[in-house]
Design a protein around this ligand. Sequence first.
Ligand SMILES: [Zn+2]
Length: 181
Amino acid sequence: MPIQPIRLFGDPVLRAKAQPVTDFDKELRRLVEDLTDTMLEAPGAGLAAPQIGVGLRVFTWYVDGEAGHLVNPDLTLSDQIQDGDEGCLSLPGLKYDCRRALSVVARGFNMFGDPVQIEGSELLARAIQHETDHLDGVLFIDRLDDAARKAAMREIRESEWFGLDKPTVKVSPHATRGFAL
Ligand SMILES: [Zn+2]
């Protein structure tokens, strides 16, 4: 199935608030499939729809050998916290210690519109928080303390991928049946 280009820091789609899914249709199922395939190919532990240029509240994860997805997530975070390295497919090469809730209960829907509840801790909880942030236009570097965020911004400016011409955005990745235009 089609692997999509991953949008990089600097692309405005990563800063836009994604819209709730209202149609649990074939197009949504294709989006989940594209997200899953693109995430596994990267490889990454999670991928949110805005990262492939789609402004909908959908993300996937791949943690401990299990892939999953969630639509229109609503999170309840634990008071306990975890520290640890975090990275992002939209910020290639960057890794910074990022504080997150240790565990999370995520309510939402699967791609068929059935209500689901996902409970996760440690890496799964980190992935779910990171991906839900993407749906609100928030990146993990926003959650770092001032010194770390400045170091991250410096690293971004010096990275070879930053400032390259962005690929043209198509409204639907499927409209041309996979032919590049
Ligand atoms: Zn990310």
